[in-house]
Design a protein around this ligand. Sequence first.
Ligand code: PGA
Length: 264
Amino acid sequence: MALRELQPSPEALPVYEPEVRIFLTPEGVDNFAASKVITLLQNEPSAVLTLPTGSTPREMYWLILEAFNRGEVSFAQATIFNLDEYWPLPPQDPASYASYMRTRFINHIDIPRGNWHIPNSAAEGANEEATRFEALLQQTGGVDLAVLGIGPDLTCHIGFNEPGSAVTSRTRYVELDPRTLVVNQEHFPDPSQIPSGAITQGIADILEAKRILLLAKGGGKARGIARTLKGPVFAEAPASFLRYHPNVTFVLDRDAASLLKTNN
Ligand code: PGA
């Protein structure tokens, strides 16, 4: 969708009813997400993907790697953009998203060097790095599939677009929500070392993908999912902006979906 044309009145955008797929187990979410990525690449080998990090997609990456090792899928012509990265942080830090992607995925597939893009957590200027990353994203001619997680508690963040993010936002430096810091600092050996900021694709970048999957597993996501799907479309719940997109699927396990049923 051409979001730029719709500024400055995003509230005039049509709101869609997203597809919601509910699986009995987290493995159902993993399998569904992995199969969507694999099928896309089988049909469109030069597809452009936006991919997430975090605990939710770990098993998805594992399943895609298994398919790659069986020769069922190749990334030789694909392009991958990550959603976000802490800043500042040495990229080799085990808690960086660059490390996450390299160790779990990128180092094990056939993607050409130069076809995987993640904001440089060691760049001197965060704003300049965000501008560089955004330009690369715009040069690709469009993202075919964006896979997202959703933030903790009621942040409803996507990427690191925390509450207050504008629907028109682009890749930029952001300060992390205190609730995000509390949850994510667990991934740092010394929790006090978590950066207070990050570089993230913007909401408008995400909404420009042709197709979007949002993955959520576990009861800890239930309130955020209910707010996202049943509450207003507004900046206090950035994931609710996905309801402006005509081709979004919420891929949930039973626990993450548990607060939806009573309202249906
Ligand atoms: P999680 O993070 O997968 O670790 O829950 C998702 C997010 O913060 O977007």
